[in-house]
Design a protein around this ligand. Structure first.
Ligand code: ADP
Ligand code: MG
Length: 442
């Protein structure tokens, strides 16, 4: 036991030294996430790091894990695991400790460092509009929805930061999961009153990822009252959701209708030019010279979302600055840095995986998807799968026809054209298509 606690002490020192080494290489937000990890060592060779919630864990896994592994590996820790802590550290408020309104917005997320593009234009404009400080009844609540990693939280924080600058100082940001946790902790500690007073006294309430309220009946009831009170008091509410809010399973009808009562805007996956612009902007922010051909290479290969794009850029920067000791970025270096990622991506965009995801999404079997049935429930997902295969793989029309057990490539061509037409003319269909693409590539 004594030896164990002595090792833990040494491990803490070692961990601190790794954090110090990584700090200058990481953005402010990454450093915050790294700093939120706690050490639960298993042995001198294997370490388990606990993340406070699944978002922190995902962020580490998406973009910081390679660096962590390398720095810890250099210190003799051969195996590293990052897990979500099973009992999150709950912040339980009481009346004597007023909420830290100022600290829960991420100051790095601003409008000026958000690249505005056709895919996010509507959401950007709406977020900017509600943050002028003037109360706009027609945009309350503002709900931004779209797939993961597309900039919803960034816009929400940017709006919060701007609201504070514009005189609405008490802006509270909370993830819906945190909301549920804090509410349950308040219930358990009999501090509900303080909890609801704290939320109902703000100038603006920002609730991220409201899909987490799905199925949480008690939290929904509490939120319903908070929501109504804030709207009545003309306080701004901003929410984000990973899907169209009416599609949140287990969300009370009265909340669904309240959520849609203000302004609802969507955010889509970035276009190629946007991905390029975002990479250039992120590299500039970090003073990293990123040549156009390298930015094109990354933008062409990482299509899924902005978070992955950032993760890829971090890998390239890490390769150039740390592994290659400050060599300038080139396409071959980027290729090497992203080799694992591209390999994994290739697997995700295999015909088998596309079939699997589409079949699962529509709750049909892969056999039904490949069948000759002309029933709408099979024929439509089949066309969608073919179009996605065309979009996500390098396969020729003929090869796709073969993969779908069709003789003639004109079937594929017809499917691609049909899907494109529907995407142009039916916004909801376009969202569905994009959603499935995100699931395949995420
Ligand atoms: P979401 O909340 O939709 O999952 P985030 O807001 O967390 O996504 O965005 C993921 C990362 O991508 C963040 O670091 C954010 O700064 C960045 N990002 C997303 N969209 C843009 C954009 N248009 N311009 C600049 N950065 C962006
Ligand atoms: Mg988010």
């Amino acid at each position: 036991m004594a030896a164990e606690s002595q090792y833990y002490g040494q491990a803490l020192l070692l961990w601190q030294s790794v954090l110090d080494m990584m700090a200058p290489l990481c953005s402010k937000e990454d450093n915050l996430v790294l700093g939120s990890l706690t050490l639960k060592t298993k042995s001198e060779k294997e370490w388990i790091l606990l993340a406070p919630n699944k978002f922190a864990c995902e962020q580490i896994r998406a973009s910081l894990f390679d660096a962590l592994q390398m720095f810890l590996g250099n210190k003799g820790i051969k195996k590293v695991k990052v897990e979500v802590a099973s009992t999150p550290d709950l912040f339980v408020s009481d009346a004597s400790t007023p909420a830290p309104f100022e600290s829960n917005l991420i100051s790095d997320y601003q409008f000026h460092n958000f690249v505005e593009a056709p895919s996010n234009h509507e959401a950007f404009a709406a977020a900017e509009r509600v943050s002028s400080g003037a109360f706009l009844a027609d945009s309350n609540p503002l709900l931004i929805y779209g797939g993961t990693g597309l900039g919803k939280s960034h816009l929400m924080h940017a709006a919060g930061n701007a609201l504070r600058r514009n005189g609405r100082t008490a802006v509270m940001y909370m993830n819906a999961e945190q909301y549920v946790n804090e509410f349950l902790a308040a219930l358990a500690g009999k501090t509900q009153k303080a909890f609801s007073n704290r939320l109902r006294s703000v100038d603006a309430l920002l609730i991220d990822d409201v899909q987490f309220l799905g199925g949480k009946t008690q939290s929904q009831a509490e939120f319903f009252h908070t929501f109504n009170e804030l709207i009545d008091k003309k306080r701004q509410i901003i929410m984000t959701c990973d899907r169209y809010p009416k599609e949140i399973e287990g969300l009370e009808a009265r909340l669904k209708s309240r959520f849609g009562a203000g302004l609802t805007v969507s955010i889509r996956a970035p276009e190629p030019e946007t991905r390029f612009a975002i990479l250039k902007s992120k590299a500039k922010e970090q003073n990293f010279p990123l040549p156009d051909d390298v930015a094109y290479f990354i933008a062409e290969n990482i299509e899924s979302n902005v978070r992955d794009l950032e993760g890829a850029l971090k890998k390239v920067i890490f390769q150039c600055q740390v592994l290659k000791k400050n060599e300038p970025a080139t396409v071959p270096i980027a290729q090497a840095a992203l080799a694992d990622l591209l390999q994994a991506q290739k697997k995700q965009t295999s015909v088998e995986n596309i079939l699997r995801v589409v079949a699962q999404y529509y709750a049909i079997s892969a056999d039904e998807l490949l069948s000759r049935s002309r029933k709408k429930t099979f024929a439509e997902p089949r066309m969608l799968a073919m179009a996605l295969t065309r979009e996500l793989t390098d396969l020729s029309l003929k090869a796709i026809a073969q993969a779908y057990q069709r003789k003639d490539h004109s079937t594929v061509m017809h499917a691609v054209e049909n899907m494109e037409k529907r995407r142009q003319s039916e916004p909801r269909f376009r969202e569905e298509y994009d959603n499935i693409r995100t699931i395949i590539t995420a």
